[in-house]
Design a binder for this molecule. Sequence first.
Ligand code: 4AD
Ligand code: MG
Length: 437
Amino acid sequence: MLDEKAYKQRVYIEDVHKYVGQEVIIAGWLYNKRSSGKIHFLLVRDGTNIIQCVVVKNECPEEVFNAYDDLTQESSIIVKGIVKEDKRSPLGYELLLTDLRIVHQAQDYPITKKEHGIDFLLDHRHLWLRSRRPFAVMRIRHEVIAAIRDFFNERGFVLIDTPIFTPTSVEGTTTLFETEYFGQKAYLTQSGQLYAEAAALAFGKVYCFGPTFRAEKSKTRRHLTEFWMVEPEVAYFDLDDDMKLAEEFVSYIVQRVLENRKMELEILERDTRHLERVSPPFPRITYDEAVDILRKNGVDFRWGDDFGGTDETIISNQFDRPVIVHRYPAEIKAFYMKRDPENEKLALAMDVLAPEGYGEIIGGSQREDDYDTLVKRLEEHQLPREPFEWYLDLRRYGSVPHAGFGLGIERTIAWICGLQHVRETIPFPRTIYRLNP
Ligand code: 4AD
Ligand code: MG
């Protein structure tokens, strides 16, 4: 049998195509098995993919053939075999087994072939990550994040990491997570934006990318309490520039996933026709036009209200790609947004709504750059002046028109993957009801 250090010679399943006709070693875990008596089939996964290993009686040592009975689901094993092309298997290759070693025998693995409820699976998320569906989703998440970094790197943006402990709210005071900070109150960040604004005046074009926190009491399929947001911010940028950057950004991410994660999208049985159409320019409509669409579709909508999930679905269903809604009523938007000079009631804000009912994936705006107006806004929003003094400095010293936006990673992934709920898009989701595992 293979010796215990045999893994030192292992190759990854994603590379077996380079070794057709040759003998290779693979180190991984038993995903599944079946047998016809004379032939055993082992599905072995190593994190990069799954390969079927064929064990034929009389074509391998007897002890290897007989080890089948000890091979329980998720036992860790090292296998050796000859790589064969196999057009019928999803991988395109299989392994004719010649040797095997059980590294660790797993007992009664809780996630079996039978259907499990979502709560059971989430309670076992630390193990569920090994299954096929999380495999596909997490690899797409990885691609989305890599695409985000490449997009900004290619365009000369500087990454600025913003703090997680903050003295202020950004997106309203109702969803703040408060914590004790050496005798002082601190809040977990809701958005890195204010710091990204400071950095934009220092570096011209920047982005921050990190976890953000909101004590969302709403229990919807779009809300997490801990989620990742990427936020570009650019000096000398107006709302139009901002919308253009947003549509290029979203298109870039989607096209990268289509290019590099075909297999993963297939595992998820994602119909990619909607995704293939995602390219600039996106349709742009005003809030007023969006309200008209709702009313024409029989929604009794009051001007001035924010759109709910179903409203967003109706609006986005009118278009074949993401739609940008701009110029929202200032009253429902954040204190830092600049007003439309042509109508003071409106904020120079924009949201990008994803198709197929996925709703808002981006929120952004041009920022108020006038000192006196911003002071007035803080008062109107009943925000304390003192913790925002540093932010006001940005309007005291070299203020310029500037704009930016935030893209929610999990909502973007849910849309690209075609998932019902954002909780599956993050390795260990945090929601109002879930802090474990
Ligand atoms: O629209 P939001 O609140 O915008 C901001 O935070 C701005 N400060 C961003 C900026 O201009 N720099 O949030 C931005 C995006 C939303 O469009 C959504 O995709 C995501 O963050 N998001 C959430 N995702 C998951 N769970 C939640 N609870 C979320 N809240 C917002
Ligand atoms: Mg928003």
